[in-house]
Design a binder for this molecule. Structure first.
Ligand code: FAD
Length: 398
């Protein structure tokens, strides 16, 4: 049995863990090993829609996502240009109360330096000719937004980390994780690895993993769904869209295909055993939305549908940084269904903290409302509420 020791042991090779490994090694922070019992992007990162938008409800999130956006554009330009599309994002509603919330969001976003536009129904029809928008009461567009291919970005980060000296251990089940006098030790079937800094970036698996090592945090894994659609006629390029009335979002995906999502559940799912395909009810809701709002796409064939498990937190902010009362334990999780857009920016900030490349107080402050120290233990159970909403606060209506 081989044993090794590393400065940083990252658990999880989703977009979060791989982006963090990349940023740590770019800062030459020390030796980095990424461990995953599966393969990179085997979790939510390989199932995500990849919408990267600044239409968010929190200023910190907007700034983090802007950093991700910039980094994704550069990385994809260099390694896989078609994994990044700068196609903008637009939301609309026919509902009076939602239109008011959309207006408040516009004011807020404008104040945070986001370039927002209010397209008319005619403009929407020009952008998305398959749709009908005559009854739309209000719409908000962010033309600078993008869509990425999340599995490609995860691989780009992993390869980037590897080229800067990170090592990887994939596909071997974990046997034990324990804290001892020398730090944390991971035991797998083939080796043991000790580290003074363990980083849990295991997405929806983080809840159980943290519970097993007696440092539980308030995390709720929940299932959300997507489908790949083939419309009868290949669509011209269009922005990612979100119909606030039905909560369905759509984005262009490869030649002649559309990726549509929704079907977010408000109860917990176990990432080890969940229904991995799309539900009939989800597909029926998608079909209804297409028939009502996108007559040009109503006859789309469903090429495939799937579900993935995301991770909610009680206040809908991620949980990032050192775990209170657990020396050497850091977390990067609770990404509340928008971990693709958040991962690059958060990884950069967390790496600054772990690599001591910024003064500690400054680096902690840069993690803003995500700072892990706000939670002590798992707290009472809570229902997952998706993060991709229009309104701030604990009980957003849209
Ligand atoms: C259908 C769908 C659509 C989505 N659309 C978007 C979107 O448009 N925009 C957006 O920003 N986000 C989107 N998301 C959310 C996004 O996918 C996630 O927030 C993000 O991928 C989380 O990344 P992660 O690295 O934290 O977790 P994951 O990608 O889930 O990775 C966790 C990894 O941990 C590994 N692991 C498990 N157990 C262990 C262990 N014991 N030790 C080590 N590793 C372990 C797993 O094998 C897995 O590879 C969507 C998600 C889904 C499912």
């Amino acid at each position: 049995m081989e044993s090794a020791s590393v400065d940083f042991l990252v658990l999880g090779a989703g977009i979060a863990g791989c982006a963090l490994a990349y940023h740590l090694r770019r800062r030459e922070a020390g030796s980095v090993l990424v461990y995953d019992p599966r393969t990179p992007a085997a979790g939510a990162s390989g199932r995500a829609a990849g919408v990267v938008t600044e239409q968010l409800w929190d200023r910190w999130d907007v700034e983090v996502t802007r950093e991700s956006h910039r980094e994704y554009a550069e990385l994809c330009q260099r390694w896989e240009p078609d994994a990044f599309q700068s196609n903008g994002f637009v939301r609309w509603t026919t509902d009076a109360a939602c239109a008011e919330a959309l207006d408040a969001a516009r004011e807020r976003l404008h104040g945070w330096g986001v370039r927002v536009e209010e397209p008319s129904s005619d403009e929407l029809a020009r952008w998305v000719p398959a749709g009908r928008f005559d009854d739309v009461r209000a719409a908000l567009a962010t033309p600078h937004d993008a869509c990425v291919r999340p599995s490609s970005l995860t691989t780009i980060y992993a390869e980037g980390a590897r080229s800067h000296g990170a090592t990887f251990d994939f596909g071997v089940p974990m046997e034990k994780l324990a804290q001892g006098p020398d730090g944390w030790t991971l035991h797998t079937a083939t080796r043991s690895v000790t580290t003074s800094r363990l980083i849990v970036a295991a997405g929806a698996w983080s809840k159980e993993l943290l519970r097993q090592i007696d440092h539980p945090l308030p995390l709720a894994p929940y299932r959300t769904q997507a489908a790949l659609l083939a419309p009868p006629v290949a669509p011209e390029p269009f922005p990612a869209v979100h119909d606030l009335d039905t909560d369905v979002y759509l984005r262009p995906e490869g030649p002649g295909r559309i990726l549509g999502g929704d079907g977010t559940e408000s109860h917990e799912s176990d990432p080890e055993r969940f229904v991995t395909g799309g539900d009939p009810a989800f597909l029926a809701h998608m079909a209804e939305t297409l028939a009502g709002r996108f007559p040009g796409w109503a006859e789309s064939a469903v090429v495939g549908s799937w579900a993935g498990v995301c991770t909610a937190t009680p206040d809908r902010h991620p949980i990032v940084g050192d775990v209170a009362a657990a020396p050497g334990l850091t977390v990067f999780t609770g990404l509340n269904g928008f971990g693709v857009m958040r991962a690059g920016g958060i990884a950069r900030r967390l790496a600054d903290l772990l690599a001591d490349s910024a003064p500690e107080a400054e680096a902690k402050a840069a993690l803003g409302p995500a700072w892990a120290g706000r939670f002590h233990g798992a707290g009472p159970p809570f229902a997952p509420r998706p993060g991709f909403t229009l309104e701030p606060g604990d009980q957003p209506r849209w």
